[in-house]
Design a protein around this ligand. Structure first.
Ligand SMILES: *[C@@H]1O[C@H](CO)[C@@H](O)[C@H](O)[C@H]1NC(C)=O
Length: 232
């Protein structure tokens, strides 16, 4: 059973493009010109012309509960073309943590509707604490609270409780994209990584690479103990 969590949402943001997952079926038909509806909307001469490409009221509705990944961007929800925004709605399960990530083309406005979410974010080089170390921004968000991850900030979110957290993430971009810091870092060639990490050994690189999670979900160990969640 598909569980629409924030972790799967993140992965779906990154895989939708590569898998070519189509827009909702009523919008997926290609015109004779073979352009997707999103592409046609992007090159429409005016807002009036765009509206003509979305003739039905349902073209303006996106049902998060019907869509795996729960992420509405201009590809999954073409009516967003021209708005400059996209939106994700999701559940962060008990003890669930998102992969450390960035959005290459967008800031993120992140709000908690229900439950509790802790976040950590690291901004750009030069943003340092009193000791000159990269500053980490920690937040502890309850219902009706939000934080912001500025564009390019490394960030991750953790639900430290034993109940679901319900969240919304809005992006001032129709196509924010996602970068997963660790898997993409460890895609580099070994010799390059050895130098980047200050000359650690090939063995250590192999160990680190092998220990990277491969599934869709991360779960915090201490929290799992507290909540009595079994390791799968
Ligand atoms: C938590 O969220 C999951 C995924 O949406 C859902 O299947 C489950 O029923 C939720 N649990 C509770 C207690 O609401």
């Amino acid at each position: 059973m598909f569980s629409p969590t924030i972790a799967s949402m993140l992965v779906s943001i990154s895989t939708m493009a590569s898998l070519g997952i189509a827009a909702p079926s009523n919008l997926a038909q290609r015109s004779p010109s073979q352009l997707s509806i999103t592409a046609q909307l992007q090159i429409a001469d005016s807002g009036v012309d765009r509206a003509a490409l979305l003739p039905q009221d349902k073209d303006y509705v996106y049902d998060f509960s019907q869509n795996p990944g729960r992420f509405a961007d201009r590809k999954t929800f073409p009516a967003l073309v021209g708005t400059g925004g996209s939106l994700a709605v999701g559940i962060l399960p008990p003890c669930g943590m998102s992969f450390l990530h960035i959005h290459p083309r967008s800031a993120e406005l992140f709000a908690v509707i229900e439950g509790r979410v802790l976040t950590e974010a690291v901004l750009e080089a030069g943003v340092v604490d009193a000791d000159g170390k990269p500053r980490v921004i920690h937040t502890d968000l309850g219902p009706n609270m939000m934080t912001v991850f500025p564009g390019g900030a490394f960030h991750t979110q953790l639900n430290p409780e034993c109940t679901n957290a319900s969240i919304v993430a809005a992006f001032p971009s129709e196509d924010p994209g996602i970068g997963l810091i660790l898997p993409q870092t460890f895609a580099l060639d070994d010799e390059w990584l050895e130098t980047q990490f200050g000359d650690i050994s090939t063995n250590e690189i192999a160990k680190l690479r092998a220990s990277l999670p491969t599934g869709l979900f991360l779960q915090a160990e201490d929290c799992k103990k507290k909540c009595g969640i079994q390791t799968e």
